[in-house]
Design a protein around this ligand. Structure first.
Ligand code: SAH
Ligand code: MG
Length: 197
């Protein structure tokens, strides 16, 4: 992995206000990936590939990341970035809306990283639960959405997003087969450990 290139990719994304994973969130995810040593990761929301590139370091030998993005320009840039750091063999991008693509997938994943349209988190969770391995982990970024989710703030124009993020938290907390922690890192990260069996 070319670290210098990765740093350039990060700086460019920050300059362009692309909402890449925040450093403290990445630190937590790094620890989880170190512990799990995943073979397969599913990411929903590629943007320019920054997080996928970071995660690719933790894959088992021969492991792979599937990542979904609907913005054509970002897909093109993600492909260039993945090439620059030489991890083409580890990352596969699905182009299109995750709402349409997810139901067509029939893989098993050790880790699912949800980081796309907040209004769709409950749907993404349903699809993640269908494909997650026993003892896998489902991560949801931006789960606290600037603090709106835990406040009584309901008038915001993003209230549909807030309602759906709350619904996501409710589902992962109430499901007896899932153990969830909501971490106040970055914009909030939900860490849900699955114990199906
Ligand atoms: N995971 C990236 C950041 C993703 S930003 C990183 O940390 O580096 C969120 C991305 O999700 C945006 O690029 C947006 O275009 C994409 N997105 C949002 N809703 C989507 C959907 N329904 N299907 C596919 N991509 C979506
Ligand atoms: Mg995010």
């Amino acid at each position: 992995m070319n670290r210098q290139e990765l740093e350039k990719i990060k700086q460019k994304a920050l300059e362009e206000h692309i909402p890449i994973i925040m450093d403290d969130t990445l630190e937590v995810v790094d620890k989880i990936l170190t512990e799990i040593k995943p073979r397969r990761i599913l990411e929903i929301g590629t943007a320019v590939g920054y997080s996928a590139i970071c995660f690719s370091e933790y894959l088992q030998q021969g492991g792979k990341i599937d990542t979904i993005e609907r913005d054509e320009e970002r897909i093109a840039e993600a492909k260039e970035n993945i090439k620059k750091v030489e991890v083409e063999d580890k990352i596969n991008i699905f182009s299109g809306d995750a709402v349409e693509i997810l139901p067509t997938l029939n893989e098993k994943y050790d880790v699912v990283f949800i980081d796309a349209a907040k209004g769709k988190y409950p749907f993404f969770l349903k699809e993640a639960l269908r494909m997650i391995n026993e003892n896998g982990v489902i991560l949801a970024d931006n789960i606290l959405y600037k603090g709106y989710v835990m406040s009584d703030y309901n008038k915001h124009k993003q209230r549909t997003a807030v309602r759906n993020l709350r619904e996501y938290i409710k589902e992962v907390t109430e499901n007896p087969n899932i153990e969830t922690e909501i971490l106040e890192v970055g914009d909030g990260l939900a860490v849900s450990r699955i114990n199906k069996s």
